[in-house]
Design a protein around this ligand. Sequence first.
Ligand SMILES: [Fe+2]
Ligand SMILES: [Fe+2]
Length: 343
Amino acid sequence: MSQGVLRSLARSFVNGGNRGGGGGGGGGRYVLGTFEAEFGRRPGGVSCGVIFARRMLSSSATEPAPIDKEKKQSASAEEEEEKKKNGGGAVVPSSYWGISRPKITREDGTEWPWNCFMPWETYRADLSIDLEKHHAPKTFSDKFAYRTVKLLRVPTDIFFQRRYGCRAMMLETVAAVPGMVGGMLLHLRSLRKFEHSGGWVKALLEEAENERMHLMTMVELVKPKWYERLLVLSVQGVFFNAYFVLYLLSPKLAHRVVGYLEEEAIHSYTEYLKDINSGAIENIPAPAIAIDYWRLPKDATLKDVITVIRADEAHHRDVNHFASDIHFQGRKLKDSPAPLGYH
Ligand SMILES: [Fe+2]
Ligand SMILES: [Fe+2]
């Protein structure tokens, strides 16, 4: 009874709403189609009722035609087709807005399975980079940065010990923050001051994205437990804000801290590789995402993945120490071309 009243109220609301606007009709029909498909898929009276109400409010004045069996079958065939196109992921409805991803293939002609990165963002890691380079702390702020990072390593060593997979996964959740914070603040500065950033916005955001890809790779190898997820939440809350304030106060110190954090990351991945070489950690096949992202051979292993990630960390170390040095010399980042695409 009350559902009938609600329906007629919704119908009159929709009818009224559509009187003035002819342009929304097509959109309404598209949304309607989507919800019809959803309506058909979802069992349960309550959720169906909610969907029905949403469908009424989103549709045009025209009463929807009943969904016959044939239409349902053709819709599910289309869904299957879409599913195949999206590498078996969630179904993406054809877009009213005209947005669809063109067919992308690998060099060997096979279909590109990733939505999170594209073939032109992949690269071969430069493994010739010097892993031993170290910025010797001389000034007070350098010593402060160095000691802070060394101090942060103590609880990390105690918590993770030699569980390097877990350690790497957790640390990557932190490592992807500074680039985003620095990039965001430089972006805002560029807007505020009506000036170019010298490529540094892009360079720092590239670093953040690269670190996030390290994390996306590590989660294929190690599944985080509930308390580790909780730890990530708290650490992110604290670290994001602390780094944000630090970057506002002293970008020189902020980049130096990251430079030293990256030196520690190189050390951690070197220890990880030692355990793989000794057999303490099994040298399992590389995850598919890593093979495509770093253009690794199909038979690449965990050892290859850790080797390229370590090379990335060495590049981040250099970029951040370089940025800190620019500030130390009293110059601005925008006046020193950023190392774009530097992996
Ligand atoms: Fe990383
Ligand atoms: Fe890094």
